[in-house]
Design a protein around this ligand. Structure first.
Ligand code: SF4
Length: 576
């Protein structure tokens, strides 16, 4: 079964801007109560998450009890000028997140109303955006939703026509045509936003290409409903779903290809869950390929793939340092990484409910077994390190302790940073450092080696690789991380700057790998490890939401950078 995700699926610029504005307020307006004027977006799951972060949706200004201690956010739809005046006078602090494209329509209406035009708004009467737009007509505007409405209009002297930004392009064209039959001089503005137009064009193309279409988004979201209608109009079986859960009740057997699109207010983590759910039910025409793909995804999902990657990096670390390869060092690295990943995921799941994670289902279902497997793995790793030396054991014990403390509250309540996890950007650095310790430093201790240039190169290599992988994964999760209040590096400095940072790290690592062997700091393996950097460079392009891959596949591709080190070792061994 082929699964294709629309490039335009998910938050539009206006919605992203409004959500960012709200989350910014949460960060900087400590002590004030935060409200949104109406639900921020038409997506019940996101509204629930915002509620958990203390953001309440109100429908009247009177609903805010302590106005001088509150912040009110005006959502992307905008509001009428009278309402804005009333809010201002109430004393509440306003943050205006009206989408600039909606503001543009408001400005057109205001200008033409002042010039005595009758403004006709083509849109849904009940929609808050239309309600706000109508407010700019000083009570003289007309809302037209259907062709019948348009047909009933009389001939008028000065007419200006605008559309709700999420109107169906064809429908608007027909309405304009109808109005112009009696009002040839009408001034027409195409105010349908380009994001809506592109989304509609893409869904029509997708519906023609695929056997069935899933449109993801709130059942109360007008633009999502419109997308589903457009797809149905192409005679393509269409399923409008709000969550991935709804897929289990749908028989997918008749369809060889499935397209997925989503409304402008659907967050990425819900789209990811839908993609993962569909990928799980994916059946390849080639049985063996299907089996291998599912096995690979299962390993990624259960964190066995990370453990395998840690083993490859430990092997690489020993060879870079030119120290004897100990199987126990590889096993310790794999077991430690497995245990830490599982324990931290389980601890983190309490706060986040693992939203958006493709691991969610399996981790929550087999929680007990995961716990047990992680603890047993950690025990075995500690016993193996004790068998090597007391120093190795103590070293592993302390980094395990630090790993365990990462999610725990160690400072009293009331402080901003109670856990190591609360330190902004700490996740990427702590994870990378822990991997560097067990794959570069611990194998050296197991061999009774002291600090060396080789150890530094091995540590830097693992640290950089793990840092890049975790930051890339955070780039993909930036939306859900913002909603959950996680201060990852992409959340702090933005997607673009993070991408530049990662590219700089790759280039620096390239220089280090190329000079470390000739300088005698490491073995010639370092030259072969350039393969990993080439792969990561490909991942920069591949692991993008627009590539339409499911979350599991993207994580798997990112973690494959560790496995490539094993492949580089193999090439080095064969060629040298
Ligand atoms: S659909 Fe267009 S106009 Fe509406 S909020 Fe999004 S970007 Fe703005």
């Amino acid at each position: 079964m082929e699964i294709k995700l629309a490039k335009t699926a998910g938050f539009c610029m206006g919605v992203r801007r409004a959500v960012d504005a709200v989350l910014e307020v949460v960060q900087h307006e400590m002590g004030r109560r935060i409200y949104t004027y109406g639900p921020l977006i038409h997506n019940p799951q996101t509204i629930e998450l915002l509620k958990n972060r203390g953001i309440t949706a109100i429908s009247r200004i009177e609903d805010i009890p302590d106005k001088h201690q509150s912040v009110l956010i005006i959502r992307a739809h905008g509001i009428a000028p009278d309402e804005r005046k009333k809010i201002k006078e109430s004393g509440v602090k306003i943050i205006d997140a009206t989408c600039p494209k909606v503001s543009y329509v408001q400005a057109i209406i205001k200008k033409h109303t002042a010039m005595d035009y009758t403004v006709i708004i083509a849109g849904d009467r009940e929609h808050p955006e239309v309600d706000g737009l109508w407010g700019y007509t000083e009570g003289r505007g007309i809302i037209v939703s259907t062709l019948t409405d348009a047909d009933k209009l009389p001939a008028m002297e000065k007419v200006c026509i605008v559309a709700q930004t999420t109107q169906d392009t064809d429908h608007y064209a027909h309405i304009v045509q109808k109005i112009q039959e009696k009002n040839q001089q009408a001034v027409v503005f195409n105010t349908i936003c380009s994001s809506t137009e592109k989304r509609q064009e893409e869904i029509i193309t997708l519906a023609a290409e695929m056997d069935a279409l899933f449109v993801v988004g709130g059942k109360n979201s007008a633009n999502t409903c419109r997308l589903a209608d457009l797809s149905r109009k192409q005679n393509t079986p269409t399923f409008h779903i709000e969550t991935a859960e709804e897929i289990k009740n749908i028989d997918l057997t008749p369809y060889k290809s499935i397209g997925v699109s989503a409304g402008a207010s659907t967050p990425n983590w819900i789209i990811d869950q839908v993609m993962d759910n569909l990928a799980e039910r994916h059946s390849s025409p080639h049985q063996k390929v299907g089996f291998l793909l599912n096995l690979w995804l299962w390993m990624v999902k259960t964190d066995f793939y990370s453990a395998l990657g840690a083993g490859c990096l430990a092997l690489t670390g020993m060879l870079l340092q030119k120290i004897p390869v100990h199987i126990s060092s590889i096993a310790i690295a794999s077991l430690f990484v497995y245990a830490m990943h599982v324990l931290n995921r389980l601890a983190g799941s309490k706060q986040s409910g693992m939203i958006g994670s493709f691991r969610e289902k399996s981790y929550l279902r087999f929680k007990r077994y995961y716990h047990l497997a992680a603890i047993v793995s950690l025990m075995i790793a500690l016993v193996l390190s004790l068998a090597n030396s007391m120093l190795s054991f103590l070293f592993l014990f302390f980094i395990s302790l630090a790993g365990g403390l990462y999610n725990m509250k160690i400072l009293p309540g009331g402080l901003r940073f109670q856990r190591l996890k609360d330190i902004p950007g700490s996740k990427n650095i702590f994870i990378a450092a822990a991997w560097g310790m067990v794959t570069a430093v611990l194998p050296a201790l197991n061999n009774s080696q002291h600090a060396s240039a080789g150890m530094a190169i091995a540590f830097i290599f693992t640290f950089a690789l793990v840092f890049i992988r975790s930051a890339m994964s955070d780039i993909m999760d930036i939306q859900s991380d913002k909603l959950l209040g996680r201060e990852t590096i992409p959340v702090m400095i933005g997607k673009k700057k993070t991408q530049v940072l990662l590219k700089i790290i790759v280039l620096l690592l390239l220089v280090i790998l190329l000079i470390s062997a000739p300088a005698g700091w490491s073995s010639t393996l370092s030259i072969f490890l350039v393969l990993c950097l080439l792969y990561i460079w490909i991942c920069f392009r591949l692991c993008d939401r627009r590539a339409g891959l499911s979350g599991g596949v993207i994580e798997g591709l990112l973690e494959t950078s560790y496995i490539i080190t094993g492949f580089a070792v193999f090439c080095w061994f064969v060629l040298s």
